[in-house]
Design a protein around this ligand. Structure first.
Ligand code: TLP
Length: 344
């Protein structure tokens, strides 16, 4: 089976396992794990922030950021389908007690769409507090948030006293696709959550990055959420290896996604421009039909909507198998789009 459900499905490479096996470790709750310290230092440097904190998941990174920036009853402004509101089990409501307001449509938005949803200060409104952007945007099909929009949004946010948070689970992909550095992409944000366990191929781990004072508070929230971990140098070593060796190769994933996207489009489905490693497929039939037809041809993909399928490329899809995956998915697409359209 070729598994293209997500870039989270990758297995650590032999070299990564070797680095993990050799990792120097200590008890990180005592702040004594040297490999975690190296990872946090390198991540802070790359993101251009003063400090970084290793956390078990991107979900915890996002939720700690909301805990750092908000009080109960506050409002967090997001793009449609943002992971922090859509895929985190209602954590924003459960832990921070925030509510979400959606700006624009489709995930990405501009400064004017932000202005439209910022509520004026009044005791009967929720207090707008954070603007949280996602780059690349998962449910928008791996799209890169245009930097000019990010900068314009940050200006509006500052003028209204709002804090900027970046869900940068795939900021590495955004950097490769846009040609901008990770630090440039993170600069307009007070905090950024970045994941080692997506395109970079580490088995586990994310980091929340920001100024020193915020990261001190983040460490306390991590402990509160049960994310204080012990000899996690073994995990940090996998993440360090990923940071050092797997960033540049993301261009290969983007090229593979473009090949797959073109084949599926050619076969009759609607595929918007592929910007990074995510291919979004819109169908005239139920998504599960393509999922099943692809599985029958040896390729796993996932439904991301009633009639939408997501295909994600990653480092466990060898270049030699891209054509095979594209052909199988094109064949499966051809079969399902010729069927009678079913109700959504
Ligand atoms: N995304 C997963 C699923 O949860 C949908 C995936 O397969 O893409 N931010 C973004 C933009 C993400 O895509 C994800 C994971 C996260 C945060 C959360 O990371 P984890 O899974 O480590 O909590």
């Amino acid at each position: 089976m070729i598994d293209l459900r997500s870039d989270t499905v990758t297995r650590p490479t032999a070299a990564m396992r070797e680095a993990m096996a050799r990792a120097e470790v200590g008890d990180d709750v005592y702040g004594e794990d040297p490999t975690v310290a190296r990872l946090e230092k390198l991540t802070a440097e790359i993101t251009g922030k003063a400090a970084a904190l290793f956390v078990p998941s991107g979900t915890m990174g996002n939720q700690i950021a909301l805990l750092c920036h908000t009080q109960r009853g506050d409002e967090v402004i997001i793009g449609e389908g943002a992971h922090c509101a859509f895929y985190e089990s209602g954590a924003g409501a459960a832990w921070s007690g925030v509510q979400f307001e959606i700006a624009g449509r489709g995930g990405l938005f501009g400064p004017d769409e932000l202005k439209e949803v910022i509520k004026p200060p009044h005791y009967y409104h929720p207090r707008p507090r954070v603007v949280a952007l996602e780059n690349t945007h998962n449910r928008a099909g791996g799209r890169v948030f245009p930097q000019r929009d990010v900068l314009a949004i940050a200006e509006v946010a500052r003028a209204h006293g709002l804090v900027m948070h970046l869900d940068g689970a795939r900021v590495w992909n955004a950097a490769v696709a846009s040609g901008l550095s990770i630090a440039e992409l993170c600069a307009p944000f007070e905090t950024a959550s970045v994941c080692y366990s997506k395109g970079l191929g580490a088995p586990v781990g994310s980091a929340i990055c920001g100024d020193a004072e915020t990261i001190v508070r983040a460490r306390r929230f991590r402990k509160m959420l049960g994310g204080g971990m012990r000899q996690i140098g073994v995990l940090a070593a996998g993440a360090l290896h990923a940071l050092e060796h797997h960033r540049a190769r993301l261009a290969e994933d983007h090229a593979a996604a473009r090949v797959i996207g073109a084949a599926i489009r050619e076969a009759g489905a609607s595929v918007p421009e592929v910007e990074t490693n995510i291919v979004q497929v819109d169908l005239p039939v139920a998504a599960d039909e393509l999922v099943a037809a692809a599985r029958a041809r040896g390729v796993l993909v996932g439904a991301s909507g009633a009639r939408r399928v997501r295909v994600v490329t990653h480092l466990d899809l060898p270049a030699a198998r891209v054509a095979e995956a594209a052909a199988a998915l094109a064949d499966a697409t051809r079969e399902v789009v010729t069927r009678k359209a079913t109700p959504a």
